[in-house]
Design a protein around this ligand. Sequence first.
Ligand code: MF3
Ligand code: CO
Length: 250
Amino acid sequence: MAIMLKSRQEIEKMRRSGQAVRQILDMLRSLVKPGVTTMDLEVAAARMIEEMGAVPAFKGYHGYPCVLCTSVNSEVVHGIPSRSRVLREGDIVSVDCGVLLDGYFGDSAVTFAVGERVQNKARKLLEVTEASLEKAIQEVKVGATLGDIGAAVQQHVEAVGFNVVRDFVGHGIGREMHEEPQIPNYGQRGRGTVLKAGMVLAIEPMVNTGAADVKVLEDGWTAVTVDGSLSAHFEHTVAVTEDGPQVLTR
Ligand code: MF3
Ligand code: CO
């Protein structure tokens, strides 16, 4: 499959999907506190998606059971919400949400600190990972390359001694949740696919305080760091336009 370019009208539709995801993540931000379970987040998100008349993008995707991915501490991505997973003071939790609205997908993720007493290293991890996504977004312009995006993330992350996960990548998005191209969070400037107006990209750096290596648990989904180090994940859906990047999930 080729890269599917979107018209201005399609990008406006995708902005609605993106804004739906934004509103859900904003609602979840206010719920995240010690004592809340990851299933509480799931239930609230599922209800809101339904009220919006949207369809959850993840539930049923290759058999995935929930509308959110909730990944705590050393969990990298694809953590499955659970009634027994209680968020504790000092945890970090990555919440990933995707919806389908009026034929188009939106996809975004954010990592929250739980409570007020989060260790400095975790705080730094959230800051650096989110900033690496912003660096990537700044590279999004017609004529730039996917290597420019990956290099921007990698450089920002490695400068502070953290590491970029390589086993998962970002992706094109549109009428399908996962479209071409794949978007690695590492790379070399000037290399790779050249960006064109109308591409829409889900850029999603995953960053570990320790080594980059990850493994998938017995549940077949939850990816964790092999060394037990902390991991964070931020994601935005971004349109490439002649006027530069448009972050549809902002
Ligand atoms: N944001 C993730 C992605 O783009 C979420 C997919 S979770 C899944 O791949 F359950 F749907 F696979
Ligand atoms: Co994604």
